[in-house]
Design a protein around this ligand. Structure first.
Ligand SMILES: [Zn+2]
Length: 262
């Protein structure tokens, strides 16, 4: 009887030890799995930041260089970002017939104002557009937007191509306007990384203006709303009259860090 009790006790002890062993293995496995997930997550975040900020040299990039002639460019935001620091790539990408651009000497950023890797534009997307200094990224975005969104919609909706674009400024050493209760920050205009578009002239002589036509119910308003909605593909910030009163007469397009489309 005593012997049977001892045997039963021993059996329970061995079973318990086995369970402890399996439990330790499970918790070790859980720990490794969590570590694996953390490493993959950090890696993915790192890749996202590096690609979004154009920090990977073009020669190492797994992405093909931006092609202004392609209307359906995948990962277009990252491919435009690759132009940010690369003057040679900028010169290769910004070429006719989609844009007439020439490099501008760097003006090192002081007190939040200046530029690097900027260009001068005289024509983009088949329309006259005279811009003195604008970042290579914004120039590429404008060329793609005009070529693949503005011109096709102008022909389809208004029956005429756009022959010139009226802009309302690029470089301006100033803070963001309209931040009443927030601390002042430099506008993307302070680094020539933004362009304000006020209107368009068509081949038949008509003028389409954000101020006059945005709120209308005609085809001009539809044209403006459709092209503005599609600008979000090429710019991080694409805001217009719906955003605030400061933008009632123009579209503001920039390639900063933040994303906002309205
Ligand atoms: Zn602006």
């Amino acid at each position: 009887m005593v012997a049977r009790a001892i045997e039963a006790f021993e059996k329970r002890r061995r079973g318990g030890a086995r369970q402890v062993g399996v439990g330790q293995q499970n918790s070790r496995w859980r720990k490794w799995r969590l570590r694996g997930i953390a490493v993959v997550t950090f890696f993915a975040i790192g890749v996202f930041i590096v690609m979004r900020q154009g920090l990977l040299p073009a020669a190492w990039s797994p992405l093909p260089a931006l092609d202004l002639s392609s209307s359906n460019t995948w990962l277009v935001d990252w491919r435009i970002a690759e132009l940010k620091h690369d003057r040679a790539l900028c010169a290769r990408v910004l070429k006719g017939p989609h844009i007439s651009a020439s490099p501008v000497s760097a003006n090192p950023v002081k007190n939040g104002c200046g530029w690097h890797n900027a260009v001068r534009i005289s024509n983009a997307g088949g329309a006259a557009l005279s811009v003195g200094t604008v970042s290579c990224e914004v120039a590429a975005g404008i060329a793609m937007w005009l070529t693949h969104e503005v011109q096709p919609r102008a022909v389809a909706l208004l029956g005429s191509r756009v022959t010139s674009v009226q802009h309302m400024g690029t470089f301006s050493c100033r803070d963001v306007v309209g931040r009443k209760f927030l601390p002042a920050v430099r506008s993307q205009h302070a680094t020539a990384n933004a362009l304000d578009v006020g209107g368009f002239t068509l081949a038949d002589g008509r003028k389409i203006s954000v101020l006059r036509h945005w709120s209308g119910s005609g085809v001009e308003a539809r044209f403006l709303r459709e092209i503005h909605a599609r600008a979000c593909r090429y710019f991080r910030v694409a805001i217009g009259p719906e955003y605030n009163v400061h933008h009632r007469d123009h579209f503001h397009y920039d390639r900063g860090v933040l994303s906002r489309c309205k």
